[in-house]
Design a protein around this ligand. Structure first.
Ligand SMILES: Cc1cc2nc3c(=O)[nH]c(=O)nc-3n(C[C@H](O)[C@H](O)[C@H](O)COP(=O)(O)OP(=O)(O)OC[C@H]3O[C@@H](n4cnc5c(N)ncnc54)[C@H](O)[C@@H]3O)c2cc1C
Length: 238
């Protein structure tokens, strides 16, 4: 789909926890997008055009009436300051998009492992709904989500419900700094190393988030477990 500029109005926000906020933007025109794509917002944070641009994955389903974004506060970030302090309900901004090739595969004949930390889960939300509900895939989908504490688990109820409703959807949460937690403690890495430590050709890994986690995951899958480069697909946030 070709990208273009859209005018959008902020209609709703919700604080998931003190660090992460959901933003719902409404556009006059429909924004057709593929699940997993992002838009680039032109934020009023600099005189220079290129310094104003920040990209955010679309976290809403393709048929939702508004676009949703799930954004983390980054200490000292210029975009963060604008979005979390200055951007109010009724305010407008422009964004261009949708962009990106990190999208849900069509009729996959392979199993899918999605690995993310924090707001890296954003593109996976529409991808998972698309794969399970629209494409009705029977392939296995395993979402592996990592964060520090229980309060940082994003869209938890939704993913837990999907895991109950769809036997082919598995949801694992790794918490690195939570004292009492029944699930896996630590980072995301031991989870996929345990489940997929034996190389398979009928599987693809989708990874989304910040560079440290992505670098470590790619090194594990590619260098350690010898998965083929074509089986590892990622979206780097920064
Ligand atoms: C394709 C794409 C999709 C994205 N989607 C999302 C999304 O859905 N949700 C979301 O929350 N973010 C997303 N991002 C990240 C987002 O675009 C911004 O980079 C982020 O919000 C920080 O912008 P800022 O203006 O607040 O910080 P900036 O002013 O750009 O940066 C402030 C400082 O923080 C440093 N910094 C950058 N990353 C980190 C980090 N992880 N930890 C510590 N310091 C850091 C920078 O080097 C800089 O010095 C996405 C990025 C890309 C490329």
């Amino acid at each position: 789909m070709a990208w273009k500029w859209y005018d959008a109005t902020l209609v709703k926000t919700e604080e998931i926890n003190p660090d992460v906020r959901r933003f719902w933007l409404k556009t006059e025109e429909e924004v057709p997008f593929e699940p997993g794509q992002f838009v680039t917002m032109d934020l009023p944070i600099s005189e220079k055009r290129l310094k104003r641009w920040r990209s955010y994955s679309i976290a809403s389903k393709t048929d939702d009436p508004m676009l949703e974004f799930c954004i983390v506060k980054l200490e000292g970030g210029a975009g963060t300051k604008f979005l979390f302090e200055d951007f109010k309900i009724g305010d407008q901004l422009k964004f261009k998009g949708p962009s990106g090739t990190f999208v849900a595969p069509q009729n996959p004949d392979f199993d899918i492992v999605m690995i993310c930390t924090g707001t890296g889960v954003a593109p996976f939300r529409p991808m998972i709904y698309d794969l399970l509900e629209s494409q009705k895939t029977k392939q296995s989908i395993h979402l592996i989500f990592g964060t520090r504490t229980e309060a940082g688990i994003l869209y938890r109820e939704e993913f837990e419900s999907l895991a109950k409703a769809y036997p082919n959807f598995q949801y694992s949460v790794a918490l690195s700094r939570q004292e009492h937690w029944d699930g896996p403690k630590g980072y995301v890495h031991p989870i996929y190393l345990e489940h997929y430590g034996e190389k398979r050709t009928d599987i693809k890994f989708y990874i989304c988030g910040w560079s440290k986690m992505i670098d470590e995951t790619v090194a594990n899958l590619f260098a350690k477990l010898k998965y083929d480069r074509s089986q590892i697909i990622y979206e780097l946030y920064g």
